[in-house]
Design a protein around this ligand. Structure first.
Ligand code: SAM
Length: 201
């Protein structure tokens, strides 16, 4: 896996510091959509502050949460310890990550668009392969039509085509599929697709 962390990790580090200082640990809309589908053993890839990881653990899940932002992961580990919730955390660069085991549910919310196209598509395939038969994948990415690029490294990002998001999950049962647009600074927009699907058992 790469040692060169993308610009996004530093950018989110600053945002996470503000949120930690303000105790702003709300779930975002994509995490809210994913949460009801997460149970059993859960992997949260690109967990950020780990709000989804903690919420899933509070519902009884056993959670592994990974992100490259050490500050966020340390804060999550401290909150998990303080609340007695079953969340195992690790700071790791997820570019090139491949699963060595499978989980009942794998969440990957807002991570893969920060990789170049080949790594982004490989990351989506890794999410698929990390889900056990009968388990669930919950994926959220920025898609084509997004005009906001302030957080992106110019060469190292990918806006997914609609077909690229769904293709790895062909034959799975779709539980949620939403494309949503949000306003961004300077009249730009962010267009997200959130797909939650169950692998055939
Ligand atoms: C938009 S935030 C999403 C965080 C969380 N999933 C959420 O929904 O709030 C993107 C996350 O991806 C992480 N990230 C970006 N590039 C990464 C990389 N190469 N390896 C691991 N994490 C990375 C950032 O640190 C950040 O936490």
């Amino acid at each position: 896996m790469s040692k060169d962390l993308p610009r996004a990790v530093a950018g989110f580090g600053a945002q996470f510091e503000r949120q930690i200082a303000e105790h702003d640990y709300r779930l975002n809309p994509f995490e809210q959509r994913a949460l009801p589908h997460l149970s059993g053993s859960v992997l949260d890839l690109g967990c950020g502050l780990g709000n989804l990881a903690l919420a899933a653990a509070a519902r009884g899940a056993h959670v592994t949460a990974l992100d490259a932002c050490e500050h966020a992961v340390d804060d999550l580990a401290a909150r998990a310890l303080a609340s007695g919730l079953d969340v195992w955390t690790r700071a790791v660069d997820l570019k090139g990550w491949r699963p060595e085991e499978q989980w009942d549910a794998v969440a990957c919310i807002g991570l893969l668009m920060f990789f170049a196209r080949g790594d982004a598509l490989a990351g989506l395939a890794a999410v698929r392969d990390a889900v056990r038969p009968g388990g669930v994948a919950a994926v959220n990415v920025l898609v084509e039509g997004t005009t906001w690029d302030a957080m992106f490294d110019p060469d190292t990002h990918h806006l997914f085509a609609p077909a690229e998001v769904a293709a790895p999950f062909a034959g799975w049962t779709v539980l949620e599929d939403a494309t949503e647009e949000f306003p961004a600074p300077e009249g730009r927009v962010k267009r997200f697709r959130t797909l939650v699907a169950r692998r055939p058992g």
